[in-house]
Design a protein around this ligand. Structure first.
Ligand code: GLN
Length: 550
């Protein structure tokens, strides 16, 4: 008989943003460290088919997978914590996708004669999606987006409630994350919000097996006992999820609390304790590094925080590779563009950093400010890393200021301009519809190993000629301008041929002779892991440290 598949369902209550994604990912990491084949699944109750079209300011970053799926940022956390799991489109789905599947099937006659209802049709579809995503694993950790009590979340909660009966209670654990605030005026940790949250969960038929209580301090035994008593579970199933300096400390503190031990006991999975030594060594490099470096990230001020989650994590990993703390200095490109006092202030800030990074982005706002920052980095030998839009703007800057193409621009901002050094692919130029025209997911790239007898920066970083990286963009370096750019010294150090339309595409550029100036059309941040820092981030941080020490 096939091994019985196990499930851990992670739900949240009281508030959003108390770390459900990191908690789920941390449990995943601990289970994997015990030698269990783990996968992670995120179910989002909103009605968009996927987060690809949602505002990153509201929803955070869109995390792209190899297969081109545009997923929730929690898939980024899962990827960084659970190293062996392979994620695909199946691992992240929304209520929108579920309803879309059911309604299309209804139209195609798939339910002839039946009345289509939330229960059982939507809930059955949710379960079918969970089973499909869990297929290649022994343990699936399933996170339900939102908090208990949200109207649109109800079908998901009902589906997971049914799953416990379906797969058997020894194969299923419900973990519920709540908040236990410390109220200074009372000098007390307050358990009432947790009690209410669990009450709400039990009203819809779910009794949590494990409670994870987020708070700013460890919960004393008597508080755990009290919570257990009121929430109908033993006190030793109540765990503290205390605030951590680094998110990578979270699995270690869960392990100290014995959370993973309790979960495997409940799931009747027997095996040894996990070896966390490599993870601990990595965390030590984050919390107690040997040196420090300042990296300026130039973007629109609204872009910060969650919309650049993978980027800031990849910089942290680049720091780990160099035993350095990376301090991220946010520089406002719109202010630089507008000039005036604010602009001056931001430009002065730019002069203080050891490396400059222009990340991916969409839209024209702030673009000219970013180009000014790139010009500064190029001329002043400051290490520069341009990602996606950041590479496109580096090409525009080079075309304008080195090649003398004064009106160089991108078709994204100046459609129809004859000097667009950044343009759509040939076969997209007459397509009016912008939907579905992005280059998404993994593409191979060939790296140029040497130029004029010296290893290229790209090759030095990767140490190999063939790589695969993830993409999410519409525009490309325009091939007719390649020779002009190259004649004037911009080196195309990475390229690919589009597998469908056969067009040659620029994937990476660098400036030989500059300490480190590299642009890539792809998003390397999606592949960076704390235990395997991405080579470009490692190399960029190393070059910036060189400047810091100089
Ligand atoms: N806006 C640019 C494009 O669509 C860059 C996209 C990005 O940086 N992800 O090509």
């Amino acid at each position: 008989m096939a091994k019985q598949k196990k499930f851990i369902f992670v739900t949240g209550g009281v508030l959003s943003s108390i770390g459900k994604g990191i908690s789920a990912a941390s449990i995943g990491m601990l289970m994997e460290a015990r030698g269990i084949k783990v996968t992670m699944i995120k179910m989002d109750p909103y009605l968009n088919i996927d987060p690809g079209t949602m505002s990153p300011f509201q929803h955070g970053e869109v995390f792209v997978l190899d297969d081109g799926a545009e997923t929730d940022l929690d898939l980024g956390h899962y990827s960084r914590f659970v190293k062996d799991a392979k994620f695909s489109r199946k691992n992240s789905f929304t209520a929108g996708r579920i309803y879309d599947t059911v309604i299309r099937r209804e139209r195609a006659g798939g339910y002839l004669g039946k009345t289509i209802q939330v229960i059982p049709h939507i809930t059955d579809e949710i379960k079918a999606h969970i089973f499909a995503a869990a297929e290649d694993s022994d343990l699936a950790i399933v996170e339900v987006g939102g908090t208990v009590g949200d109207i649109e979340g109800l079908p998901f909660f009902e589906a997971i409630r049914q799953m416990k009966t379906q797969v058997g209670s020894e194969n299923c654990v419900f973990v519920h994350l709540t908040l236990v605030p410390y109220i200074p005026t009372a000098g007390e940790l307050k358990t009432k919000p947790t009690q209410h949250s669990v009450k709400e969960l039990r009203e819809i038929g779910i009794q949590p097996d494990v409670l994870l209580c987020r708070s700013d301090r460890s919960l004393p035994k008597d508080v755990k006992e009290k919570i257990g008593l009121f929430c109908n579970l033993p006190g030793d199933c109540v765990f503290s999820a205390t605030d951590a300096k680094s998110i990578y400390e979270v699995p270690l503190s869960f392990a100290d609390e014995g959370l993973d031990e309790k979960i495997v006991e409940k799931l009747k999975i027997w095996g040894g304790r996990p070896d966390l030594s490599k993870w601990k060594a990595m965390v030590a490099k984050i919390t107690d590094p040997k040196s420090e470096v300042q990296i300026g990230i130039v973007g629109k001020y609204t872009d910060w925080r969650d919309s650049y989650k993978s980027l800031s994590e990849a910089l942290v990993h680049g720091g780990v590779a160099n035993d350095a703390r990376v301090n991220m200095v946010y520089i406002d490109s719109e202010a630089i563009e507008k000039g005036g006092e604010e602009g001056k202030k931001n430009f002065e800030l730019l002069k203080t950093v050891d490396g400059v990074l222009v990340p991916g982005g969409f839209g024209e706002r702030g673009v000219e400010g970013k180009i000014q920052a790139i010009e500064y980095a190029r001329k002043n030998q400051v290490p520069y890393f341009g990602i996606c839009l950041g590479m496109q703007l580096a090409v525009i800057e080079y075309a304008r200021n080195v090649c003398g193409i004064k009106n160089a621009n991108s078709a994204e901002f100046k459609p129809g301009n004859p000097d667009n050094v950044i343009d759509l692919m040939e076969n997209q130029k007459n397509v009016k519809d912008m939907g579905g025209t992005m280059r998404l997911g993994a593409y191979n790239c060939k790296i140029l190993p040497k130029f004029q007898g010296k290893a290229t920066a790209a090759y030095t970083a990767y140490g190999k000629e063939s790589i695969s990286e993830r993409h999410r963009h519409r525009f490309e370096v325009a091939n007719p301008f390649r020779s002009k750019l190259e004649e004037k010294g911009l080196l195309i150090c990475g390229q690919t041929t589009h597998p469908e339309n056969g067009q040659d595409l620029v994937e990476m550029v660098e400036i030989p002779g500059h300490p480190w100036f590299l642009g890539c059309q792809f998003h390397p941040e999606f592949l960076s892991r704390p235990l395997a820092p991405h080579p470009l981030f490692a190399a960029f941080v190393k070059a910036s440290l060189g400047k810091a020490k100089a």
